[in-house]
Design a protein around this ligand. Structure first.
Ligand SMILES: [Zn+2]
Ligand SMILES: [Zn+2]
Length: 402
């Protein structure tokens, strides 16, 4: 039986606005409207559109959903959904059945009211980093915390770098009103510590562990590392886990963080320090993989939601702290090799799980970049001996039951 329902509220990495990264996570089959969101690039509008889409296409429970048309507007205006998914992946269209049943029983009558009911069920946000494409939904939606007929306070969690940035740059009464009101308002900002499990208040069986990763370097000062987060979700009822990441680059691209870097957390974690070209480097992603290998038996890892922003057409010097198919596949190879080394296996184990690609940049291209990237990933995986992994693309409005 699966352990998680993950509904894609926003899937992309820009530059088009409105459908950027936001994933709703719940225990599989949860009987309630409560939920956690990982990032918040999209929000209430997307939820309403997903509900409206479900109402329009009444076939969400059947396999026919795979024929649903997905907006593309490249060489075809619409593409069938099945092109974006592995045929063996456990994917359904719309919100989980239990959530839809509860909405129906409430007899709210309007999609607007249903959307608000789903949105107000989001009580915890785990933010990977403070870039706009990961927070803009939550910020714009934040006055809803004070909704007269249906108030709901939102707890926002993130590493020190994320939370301090939200305080300093967003909820500062300039860019946006300070709806935190010293953490007595509708928005409550909470700092997490790297590698320290956080127990969810909504889902008692959920433990969430933030693993800092590198998202490239700042423009100014040029050597300052930009931090992001890979979150490990553990369902204590089943011991199953999923990984969901924000923007990140491979340590192999360029992990040289220079002398002026700022730590992503204020916890004294000892990272792997190396000297490259005379400067100290820290392999954050390597440390994150090592943590997972040490703490999660591979059989319990049910899925990895990871970014792959650009296709192989993009030069590595233009990735700006992101993944491309070759870096992603090399990281997955590295990950299974770490399992082999740590557990003294004769061969690297099969990565027999779902890898869901997120945060594709919808840039100028003949072919839909999502299909191009998925194709490149599948080709590279076959070449590099990653055989059992089910690769799919994250699409708004679909739920992965893992
Ligand atoms: Zn992003
Ligand atoms: Zn970013």
């Amino acid at each position: 039986m699966p352990s998680f329902d993950v509904t894609i509220i926003g899937a992309l990495g820009g530059p088009q606005e409105g459908d950027t990264q936001c994933l709703m996570v719940r225990p599989y089959g949860y009987q309630g409207l409560g939920s956690i969101c990982l990032d918040a690039g999209a929000g209430l509008t997307s939820i309403i559109h997903i509900l409206a889409d479900c109402k329009k296409y009444k076939y969400q429970d059947s396999e026919l959903f795979k024929l649903k048309s997905i907006s593309s507007f490249y060489n075809n205006d619409y593409e069938p959904a099945w092109k974006f998914f592995n045929p063996d992946s456990p994917i359904g269209f719309g919100f989980p059945q239990e959530m839809r049943d509860i909405l129906l029983s409430k007899n709210l009558g309007q999609i607007q009211k249903e959307g608000l009911a789903v949105f107000q069920g989001i009580n915890e946000y785990y933010i990977t980093h403070s870039h706009l494409d990961h927070i803009c939904g939550m910020v714009t939606n934040s006055p809803s915390a004070f909704e007269k007929h249906f108030p709901s306070r939102k707890s926002i969690f993130g590493l020190n770098s994320t939370i301090q940035s939200l305080k300093r740059n967003i909820f500062n009464d300039e860019i946006w009103p300070d709806l935190t009101m010293g953490n007595k308002g509708g928005i409550i900002l909470n700092e997490l510590h790297a590698y320290v499990p956080q127990h969810s208040k909504i889902f008692e069986n959920f433990e969430i562990i933030p693993l800092p990763v590198c998202h490239g370097k700042a423009v100014n000062p040029p050597n300052q590392i930009v931090f992001s987060t890979l979150y490990l979700f553990k369902n204590l009822a089943t011991n199953d886990c999923i990984l969901i990441g924000g923007d990140m680059q491979s340590d192999n691209l360029d992990s040289n963080n220079g002398p002026n870097h700022e730590e992503a957390d204020n916890n004294n974690v000892s990272y792997t320090n190396k000297i490259k070209n005379g400067q100290v480097t820290i392999d954050y992603l390597q440390k994150a993989w090592e943590y997972v290998v040490e703490n999660v038996p591979l059989i319990n890892l049910k899925g990895i939601f990871i970014e792959c922003s650009s296709s192989m057409d993009v030069n590595k010097s233009h990735l700006y702290g992101h993944m491309s198919p070759i870096f992603l596949i090399n990281e997955l190879k590295n990950f299974v090799n770490l399992y082999k080394q740590r557990w003294n296996l004769s061969e690297p184990p099969d990565l027999d799980l779902d890898v869901v690609i997120m945060h594709v940049k919808m840039s100028y291209s003949e072919i839909d970049p999502r299909l191009k990237i998925l194709d490149e990933i599948k080709t590279l995986a076959a070449e590099k001996g990653i055989k059992k992994t089910r690769f799919s693309m994250a699409l708004k409005g679909f739920t992965f039951s893992l």
